[in-house]
Design a protein around this ligand. Structure first.
Ligand code: V47
Ligand code: SF4
Length: 384
């Protein structure tokens, strides 16, 4: 470990020297110095990176941070999703999934959900449950569901219910956020996914998803969860009506919360996809913009252990390239179990990735593939 740290220090010193030879404004050189020293950049410097940093420079900075945190490792997990329903009390304009836009209504029964759980191979280690905010289902239904899943597969890590789903079911029960989360934890809730964050800026949030839980409520659910020992992820929906200032504001709110709790595992930038929703007139952003987003997030969120590219949302090719822009986690095998992104126009209409495909993808990017569990513990390599 000392050797590794020593070589990192040498690499950082070399990085500083290399920067001296690049023809960029002094203000960007100053940012490079801060990043090389393991320091923290300010909101103004974050905006400057978006506005003035070219892609090679941003990739270089993000790679320094990624390498310091994860060495050469790139993680993946054997997982699957369950989306219990698409019937939703909200009406987010970017959503292609809820019954409002897709015009079909469906809700899985408890037995249908359990059949999906029982159909999974034993080496699948994580279940991600998220869906719409159903008006008639309550916290006891979702707690009961967790209990049944745990009874069927006690070894499965259940990462369930976005902060927006949780906020709704907890409010409806009359419990406080703490009481609701304590109850769900006792039923088997292991961690919380990062969905529902969208964009924290209140004006844009109101425009694109005004009915949804507020930004403060989202942050409060995660803060309370962390205090109870329930880890979580964070997301940001980008590439719609927001500007760089809103992206940095979002990252800043997350960075401050993480300073207090250290409960976030990964940050996941979610690219707005424009098919089949009420924001289809907005063009999707370029790949350059995507890579900038990953790189700046990696640099800005110096206290987040991992940066994830969720490949069913961005496509395999973009996910692979993102490994050179700060990403150290490609999420999972998915097993064709999610529709949120296929409905919004993602490349993979039936997302499934075998472990060997995942390994090949990572090796082609010159990284070392590591299968992880939900806490980023390393598992022994088994290719099938
Ligand atoms: O909150 C919905 C997003 C999220 C669109 O925590 C869209 O490991 C782009 O949060 N274009 C749900 N994005 C998915 C999510 C997630 C996914 C994978 C892993 C994890 C994790 C979390 O999907 C929603 C919303 O931000 N979304 N529609 C769209 N048209
Ligand atoms: Fe409902 Fe989620 Fe779609 Fe918003 S994004 S309408 S909360 S399913």
């Amino acid at each position: 470990m000392e050797d590794y740290k020593g070589s990192m220090r040498m690499q950082e010193q070399k990085s500083k020297n290399i920067i001296d030879f690049i023809d960029i404004p002094d203000a960007l050189k100053e940012i490079a110095g801060i990043v090389a020293d393991g320091g923290r950049i300010s909101p103004g410097q974050g905006i400057m990176l978006f506005e003035q940093g070219d892609l090679g420079f941003l990739g270089f900075l993000a790679d320094m941070v990624r390498c310091r945190k994860s060495g050469n490792k790139a993680y993946y997990i054997r997982n699957f999703h369950i989306e219990p329903t698409n019937i939703c009390v909200n009406r987010c304009k970017f959503c292609s999934y809820s019954h409002h836009f897709s015009k079909t209504r469906w809700e899985l029964t408890m037995d249908e959900i359990l059949d999906k759980v029982n159909a999974q191979e034993k080496n699948v280690s994580e279940l991600h449950i998220t869906g719409a905010v159903h008006p008639d289902r309550d916290i006891y239904y979702y707690g009961g569901l967790l209990k049944k899943i745990k009874a069927a597969r006690p070894d499965l890590h259940v990462k369930a219910y976005s902060a927006v789903e949780l906020d709704y079911m907890i409010q409806k029960s009359g419990m406080s956020k703490k009481e609701g989360l304590v109850y769900l934890k006792s039923c088997g809730l292991d961690s919380i996914p990062g969905g529902g964050a969208e964009i924290f800026d209140e004006t844009i949030r109101k425009e694109i998803c005004g009915m949804k839980s507020t930004s403060d409520a989202w942050l409060e659910v995660h803060e309370t969860a962390h205090q109870l020992g329930i880890p979580s992820n964070a997301t940001m929906l980008y590439g719609h009506k927001e500007g760089y200032i809103h992206r940095i504001d979002h990252l800043e709110r997350l960075r401050q919360l993480q300073d207090r709790t250290h409960g976030f595992n990964a940050f996941i930038p979610l690219k707005f996809r424009n098919s089949n929703n009420e924001m289809s007139e907005i063009s999707e952003v370029s790949v350059t913009e995507d890579m900038k987003m990953y790189a700046v997030a990696r640099v800005y969120l110096d206290n987040f252990p991992h940066l994830k590219a969720y490949w069913p949302a961005v496509g395999r090719k973009l996910a692979q390239v993102s490994l050179s822009f700060g990403v150290d986690d490609l999420d999972g095998t998915i097993n064709d179990s999610t529709r949120i992104y296929s409905l919004a126009g993602a490349e993979d209409q039936n997302p499934v990735m075998t472990v060997s495909q995942m390994i090949t993808m990572i090796k082609e990017a010159n990284r070392t593939p590591v299968e992880r569990d939900s806490f980023y513990n390393e598992l022994d390599l088994v290719e099938n």
